[in-house]
Design a protein around this ligand. Structure first.
Ligand SMILES: Cc1cc2nc3c(=O)[nH]c(=O)nc-3n(C[C@H](O)[C@H](O)[C@H](O)COP(=O)(O)OP(=O)(O)OC[C@H]3O[C@@H](n4cnc5c(N)ncnc54)[C@H](O)[C@@H]3O)c2cc1C
Length: 416
């Protein structure tokens, strides 16, 4: 199977969703004509897109519309409903010494490869204490999760959402659009604080309250009871349906013992190659890589970044150690909440400055800086502004650029 000359003859892609499929397509587009196997834990193919699961589909929208288009000519063998039980990266370092490995599949089956793309994404975190004790507890990660939660939302239940990250906020918004009573419980100081910082998170809290969502911040949900959620301060939230949206963990359980660094995702170098292993790359929300643009190791769980990284990882695999390019990425996401579009590009650290629009009207642009350079931008209901601020963040523009007449609005405070 492995070329006697060391060329790639069989690439295995583990994870047959957004990152895995986009990586496989890139391999073919760049001329790889060897054997290609897609191993996927889910039974769906083509896979579906996840963002709509927390939006229209959750409250009755078209399910078929979420299917991801797959390029014709992929010519991949599909091993669906299949989760590798382990990975051995040494097994094929035979006579010729070329790298390779073996996936251990269920039923004592194995799959040898000489190139590997890891694209197994994340799994919903369900903290201890929040797994049982209530008759209707849900998470939202897969199609099946979405259908189950959608059915549970029929009949006008009171809903408690634990976690005010993007998924939790979008679920609350959809529930309110259906007229349901919703309480969101967030342990941090504000919704979305982990990505946008506390200051902007607090500003966006108003969006929830203005639309009738009860928002409780700074207090942890500690247990489930048959009639609701118990909080650390001794109070409780009555609920007929509880949704746990408390973050996600990278799906790396199957990589234990492989020798790869899997602490909070698979550790990659700047080219998306796994550190310490040849011909192994990773992409998407399972990947933790050194992003040269920010000079730090990061793991990003956004759709747009996943697609770009899948392309970069596939190209690195084909380069096979010769001339692979660093993957510089500007994290970007977009979220719809209560009819408001929230877009963010870059990093949400440092002090944000509102440079356009007004927070009171929930229509503004806030820029983040490290004191010297523009490092991030939040655009709330101002889609036409995004491209300009994206360019500034990408160029790490000096903060002085914000003083240009076009950018500065009354109320702007220069970060000195
Ligand atoms: C409800 C929801 C809403 C979201 N909203 C937004 C949004 O508004 N904006 C945004 O930018 N992003 C959003 N995201 C995130 C976005 O969907 C992810 O960035 C994207 O799905 C990442 O793709 P991925 O292929 O890396 O991982 P995933 O989509 O998680 O796919 C990984 C695949 O690998 C499979 N797998 C896992 N383990 C194994 C194994 N051992 N063997 C074989 N297969 C395995 C999984 O079953 C899955 O099919 C949302 C996600 C969810 C769940």
């Amino acid at each position: 199977m492995r070329g006697i000359d060391g060329t790639l003859r069989h690439i295995a892609v583990v994870g047959a969703s957004l990152a895995g499929v986009r990586a496989a397509e890139t391999l073919r587009r760049r001329g790889y004509d060897g054997r290609l196997t897609l191993v996927g834990a889910e039974s769906d193919f083509p896979p579906y897109d996840r963002p709509p699961l927390a939006q229209a589909v959750l409250t009755g929208g078209d399910i078929d519309g979420t299917r991801l288009p797959v390029e014709p000519g992929l010519d991949a063998e599909l091993l669906l409903d299949t989760t590798p039980e382990g990975l051995d990266l040494k097994s094929l370092k035979g006579l010729m010494g070329y790298p390779g490995g073996t996936l251990q599949l269920s039923g004592a089956r194995t799959l040898d490869f000489d190139g590997l793309v890891i694209a197994t994404g994340v799994v919903a975190r369900q903290p201890a204490g929040l797994r049982s004790g209530h008759p209707a507890v849900y998470v939202l990660r897969t199609f099946e999760d979405c259908l189950a939660l959608r059915a549970a939302l029929l009949g006008g239940p009171r809903v408690a959402v634990v976690g005010a990250g993007f998924v939790g906020c979008e679920i609350a918004s959809e529930c309110r659009a259906r007229g349901l009573d919703v309480t969101v419980v967030e342990a941090g100081p504000a919704p979305l604080a982990r990505v946008l910082g506390t200051a902007m998170g607090r500003e966006l809290a108003a969006l929830h309250r203005d639309h009738g969502t009860v928002l409780t911040t700074g207090v942890r949900a500690v247990a489930l009871r048959p009639d609701g959620v118990e909080l650390a301060d001794g109070t409780s939230v009555p609920a007929d349906v509880v949704v746990i949206a408390a973050g996600r963990a990278p799906r790396t359980d199957w990589l234990r013992g492989s020798g790869l660094d899997i602490e909070d995702g698979v550790l990659l170098d700047a080219t998306c190659a796994a550190v310490g292993a040849a011909r192994v790359v990773a992409a998407g929300s399972v990947a933790r890589w050194y992003n040269p643009l920010f000079g730090e190791v990061m793991r990003v769980e956004h759709r747009a970044d996943t697609v770009e990284q899948a392309v970069a990882a596939a190209e690195t695999l084909l380069a096979d150690g010769a001339g692979a390019l660093p993957f510089e990425s500007l994290p970007y996401f977009r979220s719809e909440q209560y009819g408001t579009t929230i877009e963010f590009v870059g990093r949400g650290t440092g002090v944000p400055y509102v440079v356009s629009g007004t927070v009171a009207e929930c229509r503004f642009v806030a820029v983040y800086t490290d004191g010297q350079h523009v490092t991030g931008a939040l655009c709330v209901d101002m889609p036409s502004q995004l491209a300009r601020f994206r360019r500034m963040v990408a160029a790490r523009a000096p903060v002085e650029v914000l003083l240009a007449p076009m950018a500065v609005k009354p109320g702007f405070r220069h970060p000195t």
